[in-house]
Design a protein around this ligand. Sequence first.
Ligand SMILES: Nc1ncnc2c1ncn2[C@@H]1O[C@H](COP(=O)(O)OP(=O)(O)OP(=O)(O)O)[C@@H](O)[C@H]1O
Length: 469
Amino acid sequence: MATQQPLVLLVDDEQDLCMLMQMSLARMGIKTHMAHHLEQAKYFFSEYKYNACITDLNLPDGSGLDLVRHVTQNHPKTPIAVLTAYGNMDIAIASLKAGAFDFVSKPINQQHLQQLLGKALLVPFIDSESVSSQLEFKMLIGESQPIQKLRESIKKIARSQAPVFITGESGTGKEVVANLIHQLSNRREQAFIAINCGAISEDLMESELFGHVKGCFSGATQDKQGLILAADGGSLFLDEIAELSLSMQAKLLRAVQEKKIRPLGSEKEIDVDFRIISASHQNIEERVQHGRFRQDLFFRIHVMDIALPPLRERGQDILILAHHFIEQICREWGIVTKQLNNAAQALLLQNYFPGNVRELRNIIERAITLCDEEFIAPSHLQPQSSYTTLVKESNEKSDFIQITQAQPLDAAKIPEEGLEQFLENVEKEVLLTALNQTHWNRTLAAKKLGMTFRSLRYRLKKFGLDTED
Ligand SMILES: Nc1ncnc2c1ncn2[C@@H]1O[C@H](COP(=O)(O)OP(=O)(O)OP(=O)(O)O)[C@@H](O)[C@H]1O
């Protein structure tokens, strides 16, 4: 908490309630002002510098939501929380979307109020437009309309404590966005912990997330802190959350709801305060309908949502990102920055990019390796492998398209490359066909191939086709 006595504005037309909150906050050493009308609150904001504000939503001369917007716009450093009628989640969510920090349900629980203020006053929001825009433009490259709109939503979302759910195809930047939300939030001084739930095996998941105590299973030679506890005070990013098993979902729900965890083999529960940001490239609502994702967990993690556009729908961002990656890679490698010639730019603009921004980066990295001249040409822009643009219209000619078909099996002929290699080639072709038919949606591809997502990932890794690393 700030060393100077913090000043908080309480806005409610119920004077008794204001007094009650005033007494409760005074016990925390917090000084308060009271306003009973919207206009009065705005006037106070023009006269004083507040460390936080709590407002009712129904004010005699307007809505508390107006005050949330006013404060978000004009006093971005001040967290503002709203008072809502018990159980009115819709309005609470609308306030969070408008930029509110958090909400407190009436009748007010003193302990909750104090916790909320404690958190609000702990670390101030970034108040300087220039610092926050520097971060936004450095971490999230792109100028297209969807990206400009995204930056606006991220700024509002970063001001709240609410769980965020991010959807988007693989490689669209879900982790980049989750990290940016964290960096712009007042949790930025604590850890941002990212986990890919699809990459950790079921048996290890509980110990990874919740930790374990020494000796609770063979191999547990010492206590281990779980990732949730590592995110204490900060943000936990669960990528591919739909991959969690139902039993892990139940445990996670408890951690999110109760803000407590129990490491494997431990008797003791540990308090933990983390903001959950999750992501999936799958249709999670469909999984809820099919009973494969818990509805109660879905509601908990899905308070604010963000949908990321695929790269192919971001127009000139393809070139902006390509230039960004060229500069970044050439700088890292200590070589003179290269340029894309016109034909190379045109070629990039017509690519489908099933692997989105990650795929673009890989193509650029490879082009820089192949190109000895100053200008990168189409011949340097080799796709990640022969499958990259197979999803493009089949009659559209592109330098990217280099389809190699497995030769049909001639039963009378022994393959020259040997059985192992032959079978591997066939396996690879089948994987690529399934991936292309599903536009690189690995979950659908796995389904088509009658295998689990994990098994598909294992095979893709084996062939170096996993675009996820
Ligand atoms: N807007 C962007 N600006 C700069 N780099 C980006 C942007 N979007 C994505 N990237 C880069 O692309 C790569 C993939 O991004 P990220 O891991 O965030 O995608 P993702 O959607 O989380 O992927 P997955 O679903 O496979 O986990 C990273 O190297 C990231 O830095």
